[in-house]
Write a protein that binds this ligand. Structure first.
Ligand SMILES: C[S@@+](CC[C@H](N)C(=O)[O-])C[C@H]1O[C@@H](n2cnc3c(N)ncnc32)[C@H](O)[C@@H]1O
Length: 508
């Protein structure tokens, strides 16, 4: 299982938790007020709902979906879920599952809810964790023998229980899960390439899809193939793993008060995300259940939200399959990829220094509307520094890494202008890619004749347009700041030059 554990511990990121950026932000503005949340257009919602009935897996309209779960907008199984949860110890709730404008199904206040109130109280007997009992006990024992890490273990557990249908104790929960979770895992390579070409999220999605495929292949080769009776191919296949990882990415909760344990928490996972809300799910030791504390009051009929963490629009699209409306996410960021120039005389030495600090010749940095990380500037210094600064390469590479504790806010006045120009050039190249996509998007896929496929394409394209618009907006802001800084440096230099010239003339 070495391969699966390496893959899954390094790449698959847990969801729902507060996830503060590991980068040190260099802020450049304090005047960003996100507008309030507003409803998506009804057309978009209609398209979105019908997408779950269309195909998703392959490039054609014939890809299969798993034979369990329900349509994402369906309330068909919601009341069975509620009844079953009550019987299993969920206390009476002030919220009920309903159709909603944001997120299709969600939890809606049935009574007045005060600000600062604790809600939910889902007991641990209703969590699915890596320690949950398997209905097929032998299958669970085999996975434990192989020390399968939490994520692939939970993914396999979910499939094992889903495959048992009504014989599983989780059948009511699984029947209410979406048959096709919204996630970039369900985008084909062609869709990622055409709609997300400008965004670095495309690469993140490809890496994630490859991780899931690699993990499934690894489990199949090492374990499933040796126990075909316990893990039949009809149930444990690529399609079911894509589904279970899609469910984990969009519903798994990290519980800080349980030492960061990850769990699927039925009922709590019916809550949708709002960028305006600060509150998140956690285990409450005093009431011994998963709760959240409201940070605002709700009236009957209002949808109740939590925060899935401080995530960018791209990260929300990657794991949850939605993009908040432009300008509503104060945590939004865009990744800018900086690269060493192959023609650099010191390419080898610079790469060595980067590798020493866990970085590579091409590195992605998050830029926010409020600033960029100091690590990005350090990387830019390294990229533009001349051979005469060889003895500083290590210091620059260390400062460019978010894994080291070395001094970050380094300044090399002699190459500051070049470094800023380098970032500006990269930023402008990126902006032009976004603009190209946004301009072309209007006329894309107009020749599509299959209505199901057309619906799907329209839906994905709209998500991509929303993402690209929000990412380009951040880049425009960075471009403005960079141009202004460069202008200041250049006019300062000009002034110093004139002064120097004047003094020289005086002496002459
Ligand atoms: C934890 S589940 C929440 C319950 C989900 N709505 C359901 O019906 O099963 C997360 C999923 O809800 C949807 N969702 C959550 N917050 C959303 C939002 N602000 N806008 C659009 N969809 C959202 C996305 O499809 C996401 O993958």
């Amino acid at each position: 299982m070495a391969e699966a554990s390496r893959i899954l511990q390094t790449t698959l990121i847990p969801t729902f938790s507060q996830n503060p950026s590991r980068y040190t932000l260099k802020a450049y503005s304090h005047h960003y007020n996100p507008p309030s949340i507003s409803k998506r257009s009804s057309l978009f919602n209609r398209i979105r709902c019908s997408v779950s009935t269309a195909s998703a897996g392959g490039d054609s309209a014939t890809a299969t979906t798993v034979p369990w779960g329900c349509d994402v907008e369906s309330l068909e199984n919601a009341s069975d879920l509620q009844d079953w949860l009550s019987k299993c110890g969920l206390p009476p709730q002030k919220m009920g599952i309903q159709r909603v404008d944001v997120g299709e199904r969600g939890l809606v206040a049935l009574k007045n809810i005060r600000k600062g109130e604790k809600l939910l109280f889902v007991p641990p007997s209703l969590f699915i964790t890596a320690d949950s009992e398997w209905s097929c006990r032998e299958a669970g024992e085999v996975l434990k023998q192989y020390n399968v890490p939490d994520w692939p273990l939970l993914a396999t557990y979910l499939i094992s229980e889903a495959g048992l249908r009504n014989s599983s104790r989780w059948s009511n929960y699984i029947s209410a899960l979406p048959r096709q979770p919204y996630s970039l895992l369900y985008w084909t390579r062609a869709e990622l390439d055409s709609y997300l070409e400008a965004s670095e999220i495309r690469q993140r999605a490809i890496e994630r899809i490859n991780d899931v495929i690699g993990t499934y292949n690894d489990l199949r080769d090492r374990i499933f193939s040796k126990y075909p009776d316990l893990f039949p191919d009809e149930v444990f296949n690529m399609e079911s793993f894509k589904w279970s990882f899609g469910i984990l990415f969009s519903r798994l909760v990290r519980l800080p008060s349980m030492d960061g344990r990850v769990a699927l928490v039925p009922w709590a996972d019916m809550l949708n995300h709002s960028c305006e809300v600060e509150t998140f799910l956690d285990y409450d030791k005093s009431s011994q259940g998963v709760v959240f504390t409201t940070d605002r009051a709700y009236q009957p009929g209002e949808q109740v939200f939590i925060s899935y963490g401080k995530k960018s629009n791209g990260e929300l699209l990657l794991s949850y399959g939605f993009v908040p409306r432009e300008g509503t996410n104060p945590r939004d960021s865009v990744e800018l990829s900086l690269s060493l120039k192959k023609s650099d005389k010191c390419y080898k030495e610079k790469l060595e220094a980067l590798k020493k600090h866990g970085l590579s010749a091409s590195q992605r940095f998050p830029i926010q509307i409020t600033g960029w990380p100091v690590e990005l500037m350090a990387y830019a210094y390294l990229a533009v520094s001349p051979p005469s600064m060889k003895n500083r390469f290590d210091e620059m590479a260390a400062a460019a890494s978010n894994k080291t504790t070395s001094k970050k806010d380094i300044v090399y006045r002699e190459i500051e202008e070049e470094a800023l120009q380098f970032i500006l050039d990269t930023c402008e190249t990126s902006i032009s890619k976004y603009s190209k996509f946004l301009q072309a998007s209007g006329s894309m896929d107009l020749d599509m004749t299959n209505p199901k496929l057309l619906n799907r394409k329209l839906f994905l394209k709209q998500l991509a347009v929303d993402l690209c618009t929000s990412e380009r907006r951040i880049l425009f802001r960075a471009q403005y700041i960079l141009r202004r800084r460069l202008r200041d440096i250049r006019s300062g230099e000009l002034r110093a030059l004139r002064l120097f010239d004047g003094i020289r003339k005086l002496f002459n």
